[in-house]
Write a protein that binds this ligand. Sequence first.
Ligand SMILES: *Cc1c(COP(=O)(O)O)cnc(C)c1O
Length: 401
Amino acid sequence: MPNSFEPASEIQDYLVFGEYGEVNPSINDSSTYTFLNPATMEELFDHEIEGCFLYSRHWNPSNKYLAQALAAMEQTASAQVTASGMSAIACAILQNCQMGDEILASRTIYGGTYALLKNFLPRFGITTRFVNLRNLAEVEAAITPQTKLLYSESISNPLLDVANLPELSKLSQAHGLKLMIDNTFSPLMLTPARHGADIVAHSLTKFINGTSDCVAGAVCGPKNLIAELSNVNHGASMLLGPVLDSFRSASILKNLHSLHIRIQKHSANALLLAQTLEAQGVRVHYPGLPSHIDHELLKSLMNPGYGFGGMLVIDAGDTATGNRLMELMQAEKVGYLAVSLGYFKTLFSAPGSSTSSEIPADERQAMGLSDGLVRISVGLDHNMTRSIERIQNCLKQVGLL
Ligand SMILES: *Cc1c(COP(=O)(O)O)cnc(C)c1O
């Protein structure tokens, strides 16, 4: 094993007692908090006082509990939770960049983040160049004195590319940039901060919550960034206000405590499916397969014991076959044709070409970016052999087996 680090044990070591000694901390059902004297209130407007709460948009105890557990998981000094993954990403970017600044981002990022960087932030003078992160020389050549942030996902759409975190960190440090990583696809499996990431963002909506019943996000990072985000005078989360409801924080925290077991099962099921289909000649992209371009890189970066993750891509060749395959898989009760990931049931969708439109046609072809990609978030199925048989039936019906 490349290292003996176990983030799950960090979470297990993290014991919090509720107000009355409850094992699940009390859900804090209040938008505002009383002060015994006006002087303390004045002081709190100046700076955060540990354990002292002002107003729920600023902080509330339930959000603190979840944020602290996420910081422990991501090995960062601090964290903040937000009402969606997108608001976490947007607030962290806005806190770090201002008019005139540039961002360098991978071309293969989540569609919402891509749209934020490409269409929305330029209205405020923050511009982004999309680069091929595999080509470090290209990345370095794109850095200008205005560049502030290097942005990537740890494992990204559509082909499950793995970011070379140590190299990207070296580059960021050499040029005084911040390295921001979206770790939504690989919680626990990868700890980007250990490999030099400065800011780690999550959509909690996916694996971390795992029950597809809410939308939420988090920013994990150094203390000063998290304090800045909630600053009453100039904090992006305080002033834009994407506060997570405390009932949701509490339910996500409870789900977080089974994440290590779920990731292991998602990974084991995905690996079995990937190996079985590849052996039968189906074109599969899965970073746990030696045929995946980043297999060795992921092995060198990942935390042992969690596997290679629950995301897998089947290349059906063309859009019509991909669509037919997904319809059949839903009819055969393999899972749901739905966007999102990390649910206990299998979910599948076509990643589409929107987020890859920056990539020139010849490169798309060289990368294996076909129109018939079907992305599968493999569920927690107990009888995976039966599920694989169902998928094989569907593949036969569309002529891929
Ligand atoms: C879903 C997702 C997001 C956005 O998160 P929301 O919770 O839907 O706002 C960001 N990044 C990645 C990689 C995602 O999968």
